[in-house]
Design a protein around this ligand. Structure first.
Ligand code: NAD
Length: 328
């Protein structure tokens, strides 16, 4: 299969590349390296079935050609991460909304119908009050509260764009709503909590918990996320509807910090930092995000294979291995 991945040098994208190269596919990844990193894909660049295109997708002259050559397209390029989203709200619109429209337009015009995966996000649930989040829940937005609403709405717009192109052009498009992927190659610079905690614990520094730490998230190992994306992409019944992709286990951020300290054997302490100090005064905290995975299960039979403890242990081993390599 010929695979095209936008945002391929990013965290999830690099695992999608690995997944498909391991399966013998040909992979092209496009990325402007704004939050992605060449080091994420360095190992793949030696593979003759892999090609990296360093380009901004809002200005990628070969897009039409790349789309025509693809049997499957993963559209993952987006402005992401709390810090970047709060700092660059206009770029959120330009990349997340306009570039997605242009990509879908190009696919529709190409006349052949590759499988298309448009990455949505659990952020679309925004201020939804349900304890457990289902795809058909009513969505509640409070636009005056916090810059993150722009990101959430950009992802909801992506869902609507994908459905529109399915309706009018019959595109084979799936719309995973991704919930907190974690795992190797996720950077801590843009507000992602687990890599930050691991770095702090291994350095013997204080783990900084934003707010009081009672806010919960459901963390899904990225290798499970990618397996689910693969199952969805190839499933015609899944097309045209949002599908939660995540792990149903819920963990509060304080417990996550304690788990990292325990699994790493660190002596670090925990310190609480008010949200407004971490993210600025306009920040609006989401207290809970747990997916109901029924739709994904019934469409694909998907079950996560990684526990949170296994992911944390793997990340700690890799971080220690890298430190030892540097010291040798
Ligand atoms: N990681 C998660 O838990 C999570 C949760 C919900 C949704 N998502 C979605 O999954 C996708 C991938 O996220 P990720 O966590 O891997 O983030 P990431 O930042 O690691 O990956 C995004 C990639 O897109 C690239 N990119 C950004 N703008 C670009 C542009 N104009 N042209 C080309 N490349 C561009 C970045 O350089 C980066 O490599 C995103 O669409 C994100 O919204 C991720």
């Amino acid at each position: 299969m010929n695979i095209l991945i936008t945002g391929g040098a990013g965290f999830i994208g690099s695992h999608v590349i690995e997944h498909h190269l391991n399966r013998g596919d040909e992979v092209v990844a496009v990325d402007d390296l704004s939050t992605g990193n060449r080091s994420n894909i360095r190992d793949f660049e030696r593979n003759p079935r892999f090609r990296f295109v360093p380009s901004d997708i809002t200005d990628y002259p070969e897009l039409d050609h790349a789309v025509r050559a693809a049997d499957r397209i993963y559209h993952l390029a987006a402005v992401v991460g709390m810090f970047r989203v709060l700092r660059e709200p206009v770029r959120v619109t330009q990349v997340n909304v306009c570039a997605t429209e242009h990509l879908l337009e190009t696919i529709a015009a190409a006349g052949h119908h590759p499988q298309v995966v448009i990455a949505s996000s659990s952020s679309v649930y925004s201020h939804c009050h349900s304890r457990d989040l289902r795809e058909d829940d009513e969505l509640v937005y409070l636009p005056r509260q916090g810059g993150l609403t722009g990101y959430a709405l950009s992802k909801l717009t992506n869902e609507i764009q994908a459905m529109a192109y399915r309706e009018e052009y019959g595109l084979q498009v799936t719309i995973p709503r991704l919930f907190n992927a974690v795992g190797p190659r996720q950077g801590g610079n843009y507000g992602f909590v687990l890599p930050r905690f691991i770095k702090q614990a291994l350095a013997g520094e204080t783990l900084t918990v934003f707010g009081d730490g009672t806010q919960t998230r459901s963390f899904c190992d990225v290798r499970d996320t990618v397996a689910a994306l693969d199952l969805l992409a190839g499933n015609s019944e899944a097309a045209g509807q949002p599908v939660n992709v995540g792990n149903e286990r819920e963990t509060c951020i304080l417990d996550l910090a304690r788990l990292v300290i325990e699994r790493s054997g660190s002596r670090s302490e925990v310190e609480f930092v008010p949200f407004d100090q971490a993210y600025g005064a306009s920040f609006d905290q989401i207290t809970q995000r747990r997916p109901v995975g029924e739709r994904l299960r019934s469409l694909t039979g998907f079950r996560p294979r990684w526990t949170l403890e296994q992911t944390i242990d793997d990340l700690i081993d890799r971080a220690r291995g890298a430190t030892e390599q540097r010291a040798a």
